[in-house]
Design a protein around this ligand. Structure first.
Ligand code: FRU
Length: 469
């Protein structure tokens, strides 16, 4: 049986590779990363029966994209996670080239996964949207495909995100490409998760006044926040502009109003969710205390990812920290999930001229910085953040070309809230107004140095290690 053979290969990869991966100095201390192999999108994020579940796109057999599995972690507090049995193995014909991204719902007490069965042929590909349920022993039972490729679309139809609306019906947003090569988001409805009706396209290239807006939209997500509907999507094929849309693929959101009956989504402009070098394919869920939580993949699917040095240790990529979303003054704000405060140790505060600060250990640390004027932060020898009074610029050398590359934010800076974990930084600007997430690969235990004369106010915490058991 293919499933047994894949599981045996996975076991071998884990037995051979796990110790080596754990010894990598770039391995995160408290972010989620796969034990070996390649991790990408967060999947099936849900709080169910009191526990958080986070599944993930995983190739345990190589640091390469390919026939993806679903890995599975569970947590009571979003911070301390435990491994669960591998959820999905691409063993069936309808998922021969990967159990691709999808979501989870609570179907009357049954945790149900909806994912894409990706199938490639010598010429072309197709996709099935499939169901599986989580069983008592932590394994998943596949129920097979429930949606075939809809007419009028290429084989690129994937990443179902499902929720139950007030009318008691299930709704799904699905990423798609039509036969003209335009990226779209489809809306579907079902009474039982098995029989689905395609209601129409609610957003995409050449829709709602967007003009040409990419050849494929991946990983859509739709939810209510405050009194608006938010659509998250990852359009592929947007041309880079001077200071935005600079990553190979974008991940952003639209604010609008979804008309569930007419399947129309009137929305405003596209805003990037994160302005750093590595962020893609986020997924949200509602927590039982009413928050909208998000995990993103701290990676981008393009050629550059395979220049990351963790490859030598047999693993690649990590998740972002969990974040809380809110809608403030017509924009999404992201704050680090409040649970992260549990990791804080040895608080320090400091005030003075920036250049007088002794280098700070940022292997695993949280910082709050309020600068009075222009400031440059040097994250070891590998990443630099500079504020000139108008623009915040994040700079590093491109891992492939060795050339300097930059990412930008414009505005009026009051505060930087920074999370560092071995080979990553997440920079929250002005209490969640914007975020820059990036990997970086310092050559030794990383320290932060500040330059410039400006006065700064600084809070520092070391963060505790070891969150996956
Ligand atoms: C986004 C994505 C999804 C797909 C998955 C495959 O990163 O390309 O569209 O389902 O990754 O791993």
């Amino acid at each position: 049986m293919k499933e047994i053979s894949l599981l045996k290969q996975t076991l071998k990869a884990l037995m051979q590779g796990q110790l080596r991966a754990a010894q990598d100095p770039h391995r995160p201390a408290w972010h989620l990363a796969a034990p070996v192999g390649l991790l990408n999108d967060p999947n099936g994020f849900i709080q169910f029966d009191g526990h958080f579940h986070l599944f993930y796109q995983w190739n345990p057999l190589a640091c390469a994209h390919g026939a993806k599995f679903w890995g599975h972690w569970r947590s009571d507090d979003l911070i301390h996670w435990q491994h669960e049995p591998i959820a999905l193995v691409p063993s069936e014909e309808y998922e021969s080239h990967g159990c691709y991204s999808g979501s989870a719902v609570d179907n009357n007490g049954v945790l149900t996964l909806i994912y894409t069965g990706n199938v490639k042929f010598p010429e072309g590909r197709t996709a099935w949207q499939c169901l599986a349920t989580l069983e008592e022993d932590g394994s998943c039972r596949k129920l097979g495909p429930v949606i075939a490729l809809p007419d009028g679309y290429s084989g690129h139809v994937r990443d179902p995100k499902v929720w139950r609306h007030d009318d008691g019906q299930w709704y799904m947003v699905l990423g798609a490409q039509n036969l003209a090569g335009e990226g779209k988001v489809l809306l579907l409805r079902s009474a039982d998760l098995h029989n689905w009706q395609l209601l129409g396209e609610i957003a995409g290239s050449q829709l709602n006044g967007l003009g040409e807006f990419g050849y494929m939209w991946e990983c859509p997500d739709l939810f209510r926040l405050g009194d608006r509907d938010i659509l998250i999507a990852c359009p592929q094929g947007l041309a880079p502009q001077q200071t935005r849309w600079l990553n190979t693929f974008q991940s952003g959101y639209f604010i609008g109003e979804l008309d569930y009956q007419q399947a129309r989504f009137a929305h405003g402009e596209f805003h990037e969710l994160d302005l750093g070098f590595e962020f893609y394919a986020p997924q949200t869920t509602a927590s039982s205390d009413g928050r909208r939580l998000l995990f993103g993949w701290m990676g981008i699917p393009d050629g550059d990812e395979f220049y990351q040095p963790t490859l030598a240790y047999g693993w690649i990529h990590q998740m972002t920290c969990p974040r809380e979303l809110s809608l403030e003054e017509g924009r999404l704000h992201q704050r680090p999930a409040r649970e992260l405060q549990q990791l804080r140790r040895s608080p320090q505060t400091w005030q003075g001229a920036a250049h007088q600060l002794a280098p700070l250990d940022i292997s695993s640390a949280e910082l709050l910085i309020q600068p009075e004027g222009a400031l440059t932060l040097h994250f070891a020898d590998a990443l630099c953040l500079s504020w000139n009074g108008e623009q915040l610029r994040l700079s590093r050398r491109n891992p492939r070309s060795g050339l300097e590359e930059h990412r930008y934010w414009h505005g009026s800076l009051a505060q930087l809230h920074i999370f560092c974990d071995r080979s990553s930084v997440e920079i929250f600007i002005n209490d969640g107004e914007a975020v820059m997430s990036s990997r970086y690969f310092p050559s030794a235990a990383p320290q932060l140095r500040l330059t410039d004369e400006t006065q700064v106010n600084l809070h520092y915490w070391r963060l505790e290690d070891g969150v996956i058991v």
